[in-house]
Each structure stands twice: as structure tokens, then as C-alpha cells.
Ligand binder design. Sequence first.
Ligand code: GYE
Length: 324
Amino acid sequence: MKKISALLMLICAALLLCACTGEKPAAEEAAPIVIGFSQLGSESSWRIGNTKDMTEAAERAGITMMLKDGRQKQENQIAAIREFIAHRVDVIVFSPIVEDGWDNVLREAKQAGIPVLLIDRIIQTTDDSLYAGCIGADFYLEGRNAGEYLLKKADAMGAKELHVVEITGTEDSTPMRQRMKGFHSVVDGDSRIVTLESVNGDFLRSRGRECMEYLLKKYDGEIDVVYSHNDSMTLGAIEALEAAGVKPGQDVIIITVDGEQAAIDLLKEGKINCVVECTPMLGDEVMRLCTKLAGGEKIVKLTHPVEQVFTDFDDLTQIGPRGY
Ligand code: GYE
């Protein structure tokens, strides 16, 4: 009996101490949110800029972020998601390299009660409940914007026929599929625009250069337009054009997507004609959505950032530093 009353007194004293100092007992303090982020790789400046932005945004939000680099392989991303499940993170965030083949691992996350947020790219699934939401660009609109620029340019030039080559991004990824679909939905109905060939450059600068070398050899002197699905490949393609004595931006119209600093600089120099913006700065919004999800709240299924188009028709002096 004596022992019990001594114990009670001790507990009361501890509680009193907490009340006086205003400190909460440790158990009541909210644990910081932990998220697992599976980035797909580091193929482009866009991707590197996105990883940096996510890391900085997590720090700003006081969120602990476990980061795994998928090194351009879906199987690595699946392994990372399984690791996050084992760690019982609060939210799983991932940027799917391709659209198909995620259902099994996402079912495991659902069974573990861990919400999933897709960023940048989307997945194909028959069960939409496997992810809570997705935040990323409207790639179809980006493709349409690229096409609309080309028609405007054709009008301004009074062109009768323009031969296009297309350098596409990673096969079966959302931006590759949608940037292609959006572009062709605009230009294919116009008899002036003839697509010679679409080749796969995997979003890599080195592949962009190789693709352009191949295209220059095959269509010697016939190419009027290069439509490239990202800036990294465009920079590679420009290297190949210049090495062959072709003037990008003058002899050949260059249309690119992303908007990294190097591409904007070349637009200002007249070596690129159109940059369709795709922002990698998604971090703050991702952290806001993760905080909601960790608190058990629902989020909107699809969020698109607002994006612009920069072209040789515009006043380019107003474009601010791109940050990547
Ligand atoms: O355009 C490209 C990157 O998914 C939006 O992936 C992203 C694309 C971006 O490698 O540069």
C-alpha cells in the first residue's frame, strides 16, 4: 500500500512539473512525418532539379524524407516501395518511370494502410483506389502547345511544307505518350506538316545527339523541324546539328519541352525557337499534400501546375532565372 501511494505521488509530481514548465509529456508530442520518396533516376537536368527541390521542400516542411534513386529501373522502384512499407512510413511518394505494372506493389501498400502519392508521372491501373492522388504536369497540353506553336510558325513563314523529326522520351512513360499524342492531335490534320520519323531518345542528352546524327544521315537536307520531348535531348541534338554545319533555330526550327536554364539561354540566342515549360518545382505542393495524407485527410486526385510557353514570338527579357 505504501509503495502504491509513493508511486502515485511520484506521478503527480511529474505531472505538476510538466504543467509548470509548460512542457508536454514526451508521449504527447506529435512525431514528425516520415515519407518515402522513390525517384526514378537522374536522366536529365529536370530530374536532378526535381530531386533537389523535393529535398529542400521536405526540410522546409520539417518532414523526414527517405530518398531512393531508382536508377532508371522499374524493379528498383518496386524494391524501394517495399522497403518503405517495411519501414511503415506515413506516406509513399513515387515518380513512376513507366505507366504499367504497379498494381501488385501498390496493393501491398494499401493493405499496410499507407497512402500513395504519385508525382510527375501517372500510372495505368484499373483500380484508382491504389493511389490517393497525383501531382504533375499536363503532358498532353504540353504536346498540344508544341504543335500550336509550329502551326503559328508555319503561318508566319508562309510555309508550304515542313518536315518534322521527333525525338521522344522514355518508351511507355506518361510524358512520352502524352507529348506525342498532344502534338500529333494538333499537327497531323494540317497538310503542310509532314512527320518524317519519331525516334526514341530516352530523355538522355547522349541519346539525343545519337538520334540526331542518325536522322541527319537518313534525311540529309530534308529536316525543317526538330520536336524533342525534353531539353536534355535537345541539347544533344543541337550538338549534332552544329557538328554537321546546320544552324539550329535558323536552318531547322527547334521545339523543346522543360525550360531548364540552358534551354532558355539558347532560346534567347536564337538557337531554339520554342520552349514549352514543364516545371520540376513540385516539392512544396507535395509536402502540403503529404501532411494532409499523414493526417488522414483526403486530397484532390489530380493536381496540375500552371505552365507557360516561351517562343521566338515573345519578349524574352522578362523570363526570370529558372533555378535548374
Ligand atoms: O520532361 C524530362 C525528364 O517526367 C516531366 O522526365 C518529366 C520528364 C522531363 O527526364 O526532362
